[in-house]
Design a protein around this ligand. Sequence first.
Ligand SMILES: *[C@@H]1O[C@H](CO)[C@@H](O)[C@H](O)[C@H]1NC(C)=O
Ligand SMILES: *[C@@H]1O[C@H](CO)[C@@H](O)[C@H](O)[C@H]1NC(C)=O
Ligand SMILES: *[C@@H]1O[C@H](CO)[C@@H](O)[C@H](O)[C@H]1NC(C)=O
Ligand SMILES: *[C@@H]1O[C@H](CO)[C@@H](O)[C@H](O)[C@H]1NC(C)=O
Ligand SMILES: *[C@@H]1O[C@H](CO)[C@@H](O)[C@H](O)[C@H]1NC(C)=O
Ligand SMILES: *[C@@H]1O[C@H](CO)[C@@H](O)[C@H](O)[C@H]1NC(C)=O
Ligand SMILES: *[C@@H]1O[C@H](CO)[C@@H](O)[C@H](O)[C@H]1NC(C)=O
Length: 462
Amino acid sequence: MGGGALLPPALRLLSAFFTLLCLEEIIRFDNSMVHSFPLPHQLDSTPKKENGVLIPQIPPNSSPQPLIPLLAPSPLAPFSNNSMPKISGKCMLNFSAVESLMSTAAVDCWASFAPFLANVICCPQLQATLVILIGQSSKDSGMLALDSMHANYCLSDVQQILQSQGANANLQHICSILPSNFSEASCPVSDVNGFESVVDSSKLLAACQKVDPVNECCSLICQNAILDAASELASRDGGLPSMKIAHLSTEHASRIDDCRSIVLRWLSSRLDPSSAKQMLRRISNCEVNAVCPLVFPDAKSVARECKNRIKNHTACCNAMDNYIVHLQKQSFITNLQALDCAASFGLQLQKMNISTNIYNFCHVTLKDFSVQVGSQESGCLLPSLPSDATFDPVSGISFTCDLNDNIAAPWPNASQVTSSSCNKTVKVPALPAATSAQPGKDTIRMMLTLLVDLLLIFALVT
Ligand SMILES: *[C@@H]1O[C@H](CO)[C@@H](O)[C@H](O)[C@H]1NC(C)=O
Ligand SMILES: *[C@@H]1O[C@H](CO)[C@@H](O)[C@H](O)[C@H]1NC(C)=O
Ligand SMILES: *[C@@H]1O[C@H](CO)[C@@H](O)[C@H](O)[C@H]1NC(C)=O
Ligand SMILES: *[C@@H]1O[C@H](CO)[C@@H](O)[C@H](O)[C@H]1NC(C)=O
Ligand SMILES: *[C@@H]1O[C@H](CO)[C@@H](O)[C@H](O)[C@H]1NC(C)=O
Ligand SMILES: *[C@@H]1O[C@H](CO)[C@@H](O)[C@H](O)[C@H]1NC(C)=O
Ligand SMILES: *[C@@H]1O[C@H](CO)[C@@H](O)[C@H](O)[C@H]1NC(C)=O
């Protein structure tokens, strides 16, 4: 089975150094989902030394906290040493307007963790930051795009600033940032006045100034308004006289896509940076949650042991376990993504003549699809409305997991695959409350503290 060989050594190392130190006290226990977790340590208000690593203190009076794996131990000093970024001096964007968004992005995209958080947290935050940077700057410049020369300078400056605050040096690649993320690309409108003469801007703003985090993904109120505005901009000039010719339609689609960025920038100029961020992240959450980001290697080893009538239970589930271990080295995913992943992997297995529900048969749960942080019990599924990572010099980088009990991975029914993600949530009653609840209210179950020897990872990976 070549699965292991496909993984870059750094990922294997990282995975090996995730160390589960403790599952801490249940802070809030509002349903039965957590019952089977071992609770080896009771929470103590004083920091404890355990295996030589400091377990961070949790303030006794803090409001209920979601699961927060802390990905780096104290001391982080050598890695929080902000260096002076090498700024080109030729990027005219107003960085001071997005200072705090940049710091958040630097933490979300922290060093060697960036690839694991890229899909759900890091790149969406970076993308939002770039959009807001241009949007806020347009209040002075009147421009919603940069020319290509300035785009290159700004691209480099953004990378420099983030890197100086601890972000991964390769974000350009990890999040596919291009000069077109700053320019108008093929959109024919790139200035505020032009925009407002084409688009019904008050209607657009009304649809998007308050995005409902849960319902937007199905109601598409803001997203449809953005698409309408982008379509209006895209058909604005004489570049594409008519849409009769079929081959022009891909060109037109990409033009609408480029205009979509312009619309987002304009919206970000009409909202304050933190409201703009909220809007953009809520929209991107809809996109993130709709797709399983995992890459499924060939599952023939599983098919060999599990197809048709399963002869040997142990051999089948061993093959399944070995396979899933490779999935677990890819990316942190949300609970909704885990549903997508379970469905697409299940369908792949069914095509290979595996008719038994081997998720049931081998006790595969939803969180088995996410990055594991220790034992089988400690998979971290991010909430469907993920929070940003946070940095604290004592405890390091942490982010919220929605770690509920072992929710069985649903085995897909090939004759029902057309159901949309809007209906999916309804069909899986056991799905974590975070999926449809306000963040910070019902999502909160317990505190999981995970400490990783970041120093060691740096020493071995870099
Ligand atoms: C921070 O970086 C500077 C320059 O690279 C270095 O001189 C200094 O010792 C570093 N400080 C820490 C705490 O690592
Ligand atoms: C940049 O943004 C800040 C904060 O929004 C604002 O106070 C300042 O006037 C802007 N600077 C310029 C040069 O436009
Ligand atoms: C940059 O633009 C590309 C293509 O339009 C897009 O796929 C990517 O997500 C954008 N990246 C960021 C960080 O905005
Ligand atoms: C089932 O498979 C396991 C592991 O491959 C093997 O050790 C065991 O002998 C097999 N049992 C039977 C009855 O074939
Ligand atoms: C699945 O089973 C059918 C009928 O038994 C067979 O024709 C087909 O080749 C099998 N497909 C795979 C991928 O094994
Ligand atoms: C799959 O869906 C079809 C159509 O809804 C239904 O008739 C069938 O019983 C389902 N099969 C399973 C195994 O749930
Ligand atoms: C959701 O499910 C309901 C009933 O099962 C169905 O009528 C509706 O069309 C579905 N909606 C989508 C978007 O698939």
